[in-house]
Design a protein around this ligand. Structure first.
Ligand SMILES: *Cc1c(COP(=O)(O)O)cnc(C)c1O
Length: 386
């Protein structure tokens, strides 16, 4: 069973209470205005001097988006939150906002592909980066350079879902004067609270579980007010990835059922993974509950699992892996994850060949377990694997 913090359940349901009175409306109104008029020029100029905290222009702050921001900040136990048009909007604003030429970024664990593509793009502006997969703190410490400005991590990591000792990494980084950022998308603010473990910033793609219905793209950054404000002016306002008010409204709606959806995803993914583990055509399961080395970390820093995991087939290769995925009827063949419909995706966009040393095996399939029920999904996998 999954234990959601009772306080979080109420925060998810009562987003309206963080906003001003909207005549008892069950959800805040969608404030579809690009600009806000002021009573005087003095008030307008005052607003312009602090756009992160005043409603002036919708590329800055919007009343509906602000209700979502305040709600997400509460859930993550953060002082402040800024929302973005997408998860990558959030990642871009953080990296562009905090880095300058000469800085180095250390990425730890398996990182979402486009985030690394962005890092490669930043090389052209004089930023360097490197990757580490270690879990032990000595090896991670050895990867920190004099010019390291940020440590950027994912735990659970993308695709293979390995965990990191978040508290230890953050303590080490603090000693070395390095900021820590964690992409907390897989865990959601309900299953893991990285800021309480010492991280400086937490990033989410809201397009996944927070939205939960495959109908909205969004992102968020949570952390101390001063740091979020710095990102607001140096990243968010200039790159312009502003969240639409309607999208904020959809995300507030998604949040209401997040605790219960997560419980279902957690249970059913465990059931499906248990079935696959016993299947003769499956070589390995990539799920934190099936990884002995990560069991102690899970107990320390997470309240439950998501519905996302991968497995590697004992298949001959990539073509057979695609054929198994093609035979699935209940799993949509699609990117992204976190919605009501189960999805399947390969670990590679093209045949990686027969190289046995690949970190992500060529025969890996990632499943996002939706809400169809474990029995239905197991039946589908059984026929696809037979
Ligand atoms: C999807 C995802 C992102 C990017 O989010 P978008 O909303 O698609 O831009 C970032 N990090 C992780 C771990 C993701 O899964």
């Amino acid at each position: 069973m999954i234990t959601i913090d009772p306080e979080d359940r109420l925060i998810c349901l009562r987003a309206r209470e963080v906003s001003a009175d909207h005549h008892g409306a069950a959800l805040p109104p969608i404030s579809q205005a690009s600009l806000h008029r002021k009573q005087s020029m003095a008030e307008l100029l005052q607003g312009l001097s602090r756009e992160h905290a005043a409603f002036v222009y919708a590329r800055g702050t919007n009343p509906t988006v602000k209700v979502l921001e305040d709600t997400l900040a509460k859930l993550e136990r953060a002082e402040a939150c800024k929302c973005f048009a997408s998860g990558m909007g959030a990642v871009s604003a953080v990296l562009f906002g905090l880095l300058k030429a000469g800085d180095h970024v250390l990425f730890i664990n398996d990182i979402y592909g486009p985030t690394l593509e962005l890092a490669a793009r930043l090389e052209e502006f004089g930023v360097t980066w490197s990757r580490a997969f270690a879990q032990d703190i000595e090896s991670i410490g050895a990867e920190i350079r004099n010019e390291t400005r940020l440590i950027y991590m994912e735990s659970p990591g993308s695709t293979l879902f390995r965990l990191l000792p978040i508290k230890k990494v953050c303590a080490l980084a603090r000693l070395r004067g390095v900021l820590t950022i964690i992409d907390n998308t897989v865990a959601t603010p309900l299953l893991q609270k990285p800021l309480q473990l010492g991280a400086d910033l937490s990033i989410h793609s809201c397009s996944k579980y927070i939205g939960g219905h495959s109908d909205v793209v969004g992102g968020a950054v949570m952390g101390p007010a001063a740091l979020v404000e710095e990102i607001f002016y140096k990243g968010y306002m200039l790159l312009g990835a502003a969240m639409a008010p309607f999208d904020a409204w959809l995300l507030l709606r998604g949040l209401m059922t997040l605790p219960d959806r997560l419980s279902r995803h957690h249970e059913d993914a465990l059931a499906v993974a248990t079935f696959l583990k016993a299947h003769p055509k499956v070589r390995k399961i990539y799920h934190p509950a099936f990884c002995e080395e990560d069991a102690a970390l899970f107990e320390k820093q997470m309240l439950g699992h998501s519905g996302l995991f991968s497995f590697a087939l004992d298949a001959a290769g990539f073509a057979e892996t695609l054929a198994v995925a093609d035979r699935l009827r209940l799993f949509g063949k699609a990117v992204s994850w976190g919605g009501a419909e189960s999805l399947v995706m390969t670990g590679h966009k093209a045949d990686p060949g027969a190289d046995k040393n690949l970190r992500v095996p060529g025969t890996l399939l990632r499943l996002s377990i939706g809400l169809e029920g474990a029995d239905n999904l197991i039946g589908d996998l059984e026929q696809a694997l037979s």
